[in-house]
Design a protein around this ligand. Structure first.
Ligand SMILES: Cc1cc2nc3c(=O)[nH]c(=O)nc-3n(C[C@H](O)[C@H](O)[C@H](O)COP(=O)(O)OP(=O)(O)OC[C@H]3O[C@@H](n4cnc5c(N)ncnc54)[C@H](O)[C@@H]3O)c2cc1C
Length: 458
């Protein structure tokens, strides 16, 4: 056993752990930060993402919007200083509905988001209304808030690829996507320039003698190493629970399986300049009579005749000649233990394609012959109200940065910035308590949880 020391040891080189190392070493000047991971950096959940970001989040309270605004401010700063190596764009999220009542709900949602700090609402209900489309690349000089378009000819003119049945669209504007791998590698390189060390190995023990963190043991290919440290950050993604147990701490988190498909859109159904496209209505999948009869008798897939919850979404992926499209539909939200490789329903590609065809009818071109689909996914590691954890733990010197659910790439900078303030004992943002594990000790908060309706999950 080789012994050494570190000021801070971070378990996990996903986007959370890397962002924590960056904010400690580069922005707070903490020396001697070590990141330990048994896998290559950014390879477990952080490379399975759709890589989108938004400041479009529901309440209660403005904590999620404030945190995301901070995180997006940081993403924009990083994009500017790096020459936008991670290709941050600002195409927005486009929610569409074919239901008039839901159209009215979109207007209410936009007003509520404006009250929480997401930016102003612009209503476009006549044909001469000035709606500013989003550019395909870059992020500067764009509006915030949301445009809600209810004028049919304006919808058709701006989004001719959407179903003719669409009666309202909401275009949330401080939103878009970027390369998560490029962002992560940029943060890691900057952190390494400031002395952050990356150790390949598995954290398998934490010495907490006397009720505080003293050392971390890591199983490596060569045997193992014990590193003396006063601070340990659990950023283990889907393995937050077993790593917290090494500290004797139970975390209120669970995992959901989330899968996406990528395929070559040879029919050109999804325009290359499109924003993230989200269908806001529940869907009954389109089946032929024959398919319907077959499904009716199927023990495993009969449910595909039922209505499936809203939220199927997708976007074009890649620059230049790319014709790749990503699609996701997270309708199975059963908590599961995280196991790898991830299992998924072999019918998922067809289900998600058919679901998305409700929004983009040209996708029906693929019903008779499915395109070859690349399927991957990971786990959303979550708390019950879908708000992450960035705080000290009830073990002196121990911290958590995780439960980043389906928004870890967009939130990691804001979350790591908050955690770095705890570790370096700087003043905390007003939203800090919304992401502290102690919130569950508060009786008022626990009561609020019983009627918590909107998680903002996609
Ligand atoms: C299908 C899908 C779509 C998504 N879309 C988006 C999106 O559009 N926008 C967005 O912002 N987010 C999105 N996300 C969410 C985002 O990918 C995650 O929130 C984020 O990657 C979580 O990062 P993490 O660092 O917490 O976890 P991970 O990336 O899983 O990293 C955890 C690391 O900890 C390591 N580890 C665990 N235990 C140990 C141990 N004992 N010793 C050593 N190392 C250990 C693991 O090897 C791993 O590398 C999506 C996720 C999925 C699955």
């Amino acid at each position: 056993m080789r012994a050494s020391t570190a000021e801070v040891i971070i378990c996990g080189a996903g986007i959370a752990g890397i962002a924590a190392a960056y904010h400690l070493a580069v922005r707070r000047g903490v020396t001697s930060v070590v990141v330990v991971d048994e896998r290559p950096p950014l390879s477990l959940t952080s490379d399975k993402s759709t890589e989108c970001y938004r400041n479009w989040w529901p309440g209660p309270g403005d904590a999620m919007v404030a945190l995301m605004n901070r995180s997006i401010d940081l993403l924009e700063e990083l994009a500017r200083e790096s020459g936008n190596v991670f290709r941050l764009n600002r195409r927005g999220y486009l929610y569409a509905t074919a239901d008039g009542d839901r159209g009215a709900q979109l207007v209410r949602a936009a007003r509520a988001a404006a009250d929480l700090g997401a930016g102003p609402v612009r209503l476009h209900s006549d044909v001469a209304s000035e709606y500013q489309p989003a550019p395909a690349e870059d992020f500067e000089g764009q509006p915030t808030g949301a445009d809600v378009i209810t004028e049919p000819s304006l919808i058709r003119r701006q989004f001719p690829y959407l179903s003719d049945e669409v009666v309202a669209v909401l275009h949330a504007r401080r939103c878009g996507w970027f390369s998560g791998q490029q962002l992560g590698m940029y943060l890691l390189e900057r952190a390494r320039e400031k002395g952050v060390r990356l150790i390949e190995g598995r954290v398998d023990g934490i010495d907490t003698t006397g009720g505080r963190v003293r050392a971390v043991s890591v199983a490596t290919r060569d045997g193992g190493v014990t590193i003396g440290t006063p601070r340990f950050v659990n950023a283990a993604g889907p393995f937050l629970t077993p790593v917290a147990r090494l500290l004797g701490v139970e975390l209120p988190v669970f995992c959901e399986r989330h899968v996406k498909i990528a395929f070559n859109d040879s029919a050109g159904a999804v325009p290359r300049h499109a924003p993230l496209l989200i269908w806001a209505d529940p869907v009954r999948l389109p089946w032929s009579e024959e398919e319907r009869r077959a499904l009716h008798g199927s023990a495993t897939h009969g449910h595909l005749l039922d209505e499936i919850p809203a939220g199927v979404h997708g976007r074009p992926e890649g620059a230049g000649e790319s014709s790749s499209v990503l699609l996701l539909w997270n309708y199975d939200l059963t908590p599961v233990p995280p196991t790898f490789p991830i299992a998924y329903d072999p019918e998922y590609p067809e289900i998600v394609l058919r679901g998305m065809s409700r929004m983009i009818p040209s996708l029906a071109a693929y019903f008779t012959r499915l395109p070859r689909c690349f399927v991957d996914g990971g786990y959303y590691t979550k708390t019950r109200e879908n708000r992450f954890l960035a705080c000290p733990l009830p073990m002196e010197g121990a911290y958590v940065l995780g439960a980043l659910s389906g928004y870890g790439l967009m939130a990691s900078n804001g979350a790591a910035d908050l955690l770095a303030d705890y570790i370096t004992e700087r003043p905390l943002s007003p939203y800090a308590e919304a992401f502290h594990v102690d919130r569950y000790e508060d009786a008022v908060y626990r009561t609020q949880l019983t009627s918590w309706s909107e998680s903002g999950q996609l």
